[in-house]
Each structure stands twice: as C-alpha cells, then as structure tokens.
Design a protein around this ligand. Sequence first.
Ligand code: CTP
Length: 422
Amino acid sequence: MSTPDLSGRHLLLGVTGSIAAYKAASLVRLFTTAGAEVRVLMTESASEFVTPLTLGTLSGGEVLTDVFPENEEGNWTKHVTLGAWADLFVVAPATAQTVAKLAHGFCDSMLTATALSARCPLLVCPAMDREMYRHPTVRDNLERLSEIGYEVMPAERGELASGLVGQGRMPEPEAIRSRVAEQFSESSSPTQHSDPSPGEDTPLSGAAVLVTAGPTREPLDPVRVFTNRSTGTMGYAIAEAAAARGAAVTLVSGPTALDAPAEMEMVQVGTAAEMNEAVQARRDDADYVFAAAAVADYTPTDPSASKRKKEDGDLVLHLRRTPDILKMVGDHRRPDQVLVGFALETEDGLDNARRKLEDKHLDWIVLNNPTETGAGFGPATNRVTLLARDGAMEELPLMQKTELANTLLDRVIRASRSGSPA
Ligand code: CTP
C-alpha cells in the first residue's frame, strides 16, 4: 500500500479504553510518516492498554487526558484551541462508552470536550465485543453519530479479545489511514479551521441581510400538515454569522425547534404563503438575501376547517403550487442586491443548480446532496458546492454548518465588494 500524502494536515487522535488501543501506536506512526502533525487525546482507561509516554513519544507532543490538568492552573481552554487547530478528529478505538458520550454531548474528559469544541469533521472507529456492538443502544448511538454528521467507520468481523468471532474489531490502522486520506482528497486543500476570527476582513456593518430558514407547514386540516425534514440549522447559522459581523438581520423562519437568535428581527411563519408575504414585504430593503428555507412546493388546495374523518377506500388529495418566493425576489431584484439560493439535489446536481441560478436570477447557489453522509437537513455538518453567476465553482469540504455559514459569507461578501460575480 503506497503512503498517502497527509503533509500539512492537523490530526487529532482520540484513544479510548479498548484492547485495540495498542494499535493506536501504529496509527500515530502511520499518520506522522505520511506527513501529518498529530496530537493525541486519551481517556483514563485507554492508559490501561497503552501508555501516554508511548503515544507522546511517537507523536512528538504532549498527550492530554483531563480537561482540567493538574499543575496547569488557568490553562483550561486547550480543548477549544485543539478543536480549532484540527483538520480532522479521529477517535480510534472508540469504546461503547465513548460512543455513548459523543452521541449525547458528554463533556467529562479532554477527548469529549474537544469533540464538542471541534470545528472539523470527526471519524469514529468503534471497537468492542460482538454483543456490545450489536446492542440496540450502541446501534442507536452510532446512528446518532451519523445524524450529527460524524463519520462512523464500521467495525470489522474477526476474532475478538473475548475469543468470540464476530463484528467488533477496529479496522486495521492502514485502513483508517486510507479513510483519512480519502476524506482529505474529497476536500481540496488543507482547510482553514484555525482561523480564530471569521469575518474579520469581511464585516457587514450597515448592511441589511434577509434570511429564510426552516421548513414550511401546509395544513390539510387543523391537525395535519405537509412539511419536510428541514431543521433550520443552516439558515439560523447564516443569520447569526451575519449579525455577528454587524449586519441588520431579518430572519424569516418556518417552524423549527431552534431558539430565536438574539439581536435580529425574527419573523415566525407557518405556510409558504405566509413566508412569501413576509419576504416580499422586506425584499426591497435587503442588501443580501440568503434563501435557506425548504419551502413546500405544493399545498393542499382546499384545507378543511374541521378535522377530516377517515372514510373507506383511498384518499386522493389535490395540491396546488405555492409561490416561488426566491424567484419573485430575483424577478424584482435591485441591481445592487446579492441573492443566494440553495439547491438540494439527489441527482444531476450541477445542472439543476445552474438552471435554478439562472431561472431565479441569483448571484450564487449553494448545492448540497442530502444522501451524502454528513450533508443535508439533519446533521450539524454539510458538504456543499458553491456556484456563482459568472460560472465559478468551488467544492467546499465537509464542515460544521456554523463554519460553513462563515465561509459562505466570506465568499459572497468578498465577491460582491470586488464586483464579481454580479
Ligand atoms: N424556494 C423559494 N420558494 C419556493 C421554493 C423554493 O424561495 N416556493 C427557494 C429555496 O429557499 C431555495 C431555492 O429556492 O433557496 C430552491 O429552489 P427550488 O427550485 O424550489 O428547489 P426545490 O424545491 O428543491 O425544487 P425541485 O423540486 O424542482 O428540485
């Protein structure tokens, strides 16, 4: 197997208390010989299987376990610094205990605290006994990790420490290194996660920003609705990032479980028609419009005022088209406005996104595919391709939606100030 090039990459390796922890030493070697800079975080039980001295010597750095290290008064923000430094956080081996903690946001060690602070993707490599790996709670927790946007490398089949044969072995270090290299080759160049102050050179003070977010809910009767799986996370992240840069932000949001962000005008709507009304009333004042909402394309023609009772046989519904909110904004755009749309496509993504960019008279469209791991509605991460009106295209790596919001703002603001692409 040829050595992949990981030079310039910052890797965090989280090691937890499984017998497979002894393989962490080879993993560190494989990463460093491929050119990566490696920092190791261990849980306390991991040191029963491999010593911090071994991993520290191989990685050439200090190995951390506690969030509040003894004798280091005042130095308790390392999890934040490391989370910003890393390009990828690999947890290998990940025990059932650590998988559960990562799935539920525990913050009781340097490893779990750094996972919560990390701005980079996480790759989790579980290792445990067969019955544990099959247990419904472990299955649920692994599922949750995928929903959050972490990548889970499935355990392999083979002989386990207990003597049982089955699925539960950590993948071999070479296989993990290949997955890591693949992850980086899917993104273009070393990412800039360590930028501590996004937006420093692209502030938005004085600008008016209009953001749509979340799903819409189209009523069939007083108790039933048509809706979609949008959580609103992307739109809220854009609104918050724009407000942090000094913009006057209006967030028009469909129903979500998110808290209303502070320091902006918040307009809560239910249906596509309500969202349309709220947006059209404000569109002329906006310098930037980010349409991140997943607007229902159809609504029941004749919603019932009372609860519909079931009847024998099938139900046929008649739905009519909702207004295309963003197209209407594009059709009436001020020449100096900047319009950014989103396209969620499962096939022919580039063609469909370009068509939407043209049809709606946008400056930018953000293309993403909900069937890709870590992308789309549910996860806290997304992987998108940015398409500009002038034909420019940029594939961005998998990143947290909060970081993506800042990256989008940087690109869009810089281009609008340099006169491109509009
Ligand atoms: N949009 C909107 N009003 C609608 C539908 C979509 O403002 N009624 C906006 C979305 O917020 C997003 C972009 O338009 O920015 C999505 O384009 P669209 O063509 O509507 O995508 P889909 O609804 O996914 O369309 P299709 O089913 O054709 O893929």
